[in-house]
Design a protein around this ligand. Structure first.
Ligand code: S3P
Length: 423
């Protein structure tokens, strides 16, 4: 992808593709139900294609057109070969939880990047519940069966681990309690409660009592993805003269730490027309160009904006003062080592950034230079670098920009409609 900066003001309204986390969970819940589920506005992107392909190989029926799917699942069958989770950590981790209760043997593989990501955080507690899992990294093999309810004490606040354990807990012979060191996104808890499952949750613990019956069908319209909206919000706030509306975005507070942080930096962002869609808060967001001041981000806020740090780093380059991110070592085990990749690629754009083991420090404002940069096949890096290129003077090129298709296939089209020069 090539972009020319400095960008003209961005103007207009848009709607977004369905939320990645909610789409994954909806697909899995529907796959566990023998009745017909109907899910609207499902994210169709690289990560959900991986999940859909795996579920079909497990015998789940998935039909429909585009973003609206009709599904029927129930008991899964032994697939003919390994299941390829592509580059999607959520696919592998959540599938492991669901497979833990099934008496079949399944091999899971993925891209070389996925093979580097930690799976022991899921495999260890699932083994405690009774599943056999061959390794703590992909490729791995799982043999599920009868599960016992357990108490798990998580060392990290990970929604993927929590969601995976809840999928196993549904199939266990007694209650499961998950103690978490911080409140991670709570979509699974909300969705399972909507399906009539007894799930009790606080910021520090989630307890699920299985009822021994298959899940009822899922009927849901997936809200727009806040983590995709974050790139458009950032572009509007950063590009002088801009004003952008985004309709129907999920604003669950366990996801919107980025909004709270930008507001603390002085960004002009309004949230209107708050309503509920499928048990999740949804709203319309308007973001306008604003002058930003530096902030410190640490602790519980980090978990609530864990996917937004690549784009946040671009924003930090434009904020007056020193922005510090701490307690974010999880960034090192995402689709890339996001601290190292960010630091390396931003330096190509002339940015001065200091890496910390658990975050980074950027003093702004800094002028970005047009450059050839590389997303390292990390979708959020690719989109963040594209927004960075809109601030630079001249033509930038983003290598491996096709990674954007993993979570936001319409990214370039939406930005073009708002007025960006993308080739
Ligand atoms: C996700 C949780 C987060 C997030 C990922 C999606 C989820 O991962 O980074 O993009 O859907 O539960 P962790 O649980 O590893 O923090």
């Amino acid at each position: 992808m090539k972009l020319r900066g400095p960008a003209r003001p961005l103007h207009g309204s848009t709607e977004l593709c369905g939320d990645k986390s909610i789409s994954h969970r909806a697909l899995l819940h529907a796959a566990l139900s023998p009745d017909e589920s109907r899910i609207q506005n499902v994210l169709r992107a690289g990560v959900t294609t991986a999940m859909i392909d795996c579920l079909q190989k497990l015998g789940v029926s998935i039909t429909g057109d585009g973003n609206n799917l009709i599904m029927r699942g129930g008991v899964w069958r032994q697939p003919n070969g390994p299941l390829d989770c592509g580059n999607s950590g959520t696919t592998m981790r959540l599938l492991l939880g669901a497979l833990a209760g099934m008496p079949i043997q399944v091999d899971l593989t993925g891209t070389p990047a996925l093979e580097c990501r930690p799976m022991g955080r899921i495999a260890r507690p699932l083994r405690d519940m009774g599943a056999s899992i061959s390794a703590d990294r992909a490729p791995l093999s799982i043999k599920g069966g009868r599960l016992r309810g357990c108490e798990h004490h998580l060392k990290i606040a990970s929604a993927q681990v929590k969601a995976s354990l809840l999928l196993a807990a549904l199939q266990a012979d007694g209650p499961t309690t998950i103690y978490q060191p911080g409140q991670s996104r709570d979509h699974s808890e909300r969705m399972l409660r909507n399906l009539g499952i007894n799930v009790h949750s606080t910021a520090s613990a989630v307890r699920l009592h299985p009822n021994g019956r298959p899940l009822p069908p899922t009927h849901l319209t997936v809200p727009g993805d806040f983590s995709s909206a974050a790139f458009l919000i950032a572009a509007a706030v950063l590009v002088p003269g801009s004003k952008v509306h985004i309709h129907g975005v999920g604003v669950n507070s366990t996801r919107t730490g980025f909004l709270d942080t930008l507001r603390a930096m002085g960004a002009d962002i309004s949230i209107k027309n708050c309503r509920e869609r499928g048990g999740e808060p949804v709203a319309d967001i308007t973001a306008r160009h604003s002058k930003l001041r530096a902030v410190e981000v640490r602790g519980e806020l980090v978990v609530r904006m864990i996917d937004e740090f690549p784009i946040f780093a671009i924003m930090a380059t434009q904020a007056e003062g020193t922005t510090t991110v701490l307690d974010a070592s999880e960034l090192r085990v995402k689709e890339s080592d996001r601290i190292a990749t960010l630091a390396g690629e931003l330096r190509h754009m002339g940015v001065s950034i200091t890496e910390r083991p658990d975050g980074f420090v950027i003093t702004g404002p800094q002028q970005l230079s047009a450059a050839m940069v590389d997303s390292q096949s990390d979708h959020r890096l690719a989109m963040s670098l594209a927004i960075g290129a809109m601030l630079a003077d001249g033509k930038s090129r983003i290598q491996h920009s096709e990674a954007m298709r993993e979570s936001f296939p319409g990214f370039a089209d939406v930005l073009r409609l708002l007025g960006a020069e993308i080739y």
